[in-house]
Design a protein around this ligand. Structure first.
Ligand SMILES: O=C(CO)COP(=O)(O)O
Length: 163
């Protein structure tokens, strides 16, 4: 599955700890994140994450573009409900698109825990039906970020940067 991580500044530590706790599970999936969030997760884990731009610079919108193509299966977005953000409109647009496409979203740790257990149990298999339109060569293996034609979004990952 394609899983995206996003966290606002005061929620980043919480998200990093959450990802550390479930690192073996997340290793099985294709991971995306906004810039700073993804960088912090990669510093603390062995996970390879395809990073979009930082949220205030358009990262939420880039993630939204994947959602609009129905390519994102799960969004874990630890929002800060006590701080206003300069890119509030982008955040609203991303969450709205998740509702348009029926994408599971966790905006806090409690919901994230529930969705992660569902992911482990295989409850996300219905998303495979959505992915069925993918070319056969992609259905045979774990998808790569490049499969989603998002290489023009200047994505970076541990592999891309050689870290
Ligand atoms: O602002 C964000 C989401 O709205 C997060 O962006 P960063 O991960 O780059 O901090």
């Amino acid at each position: 599955m394609n899983v995206a991580f996003v966290a606002h500044d005061r929620k980043k530590e919480e998200l990093v700890n959450f990802v550390i706790a479930y690192e073996p599970l997340f290793k099985e999936h294709t991971l995306f994140a906004t810039g700073t969030t993804g960088g912090l997760i990669m510093e603390s884990t062995e996970l390879d994450i395809m990073r979009f731009k930082s949220g205030p610079l358009g990262g939420d919108q880039q993630l939204g573009a994947m959602v609009a193509r129905n390519e994102m299966d799960l969004l874990v977005f630890f929002r800060d409900p006590l701080a206003s953000q300069p890119h509030e409109a982008d955040i609203y647009a991303l969450l709205r698109l998740c509702d348009v496409y029926g994408i599971p979203v966790a905006t806090n740790m409690a919901t994230a825990e529930l969705l992660i257990h569902a992911l482990r149990r295989g409850d996300f298999q219905w998303r495979d039906i959505v992915h069925q339109h993918r070319p056969v060569y992609m259905a045979e293996r774990k998808p790569r970020a490049a499969d989603y034609k998002i290489d023009d979004y200047d994505l970076t990952s541990r592999k891309a940067t050689g870290l």
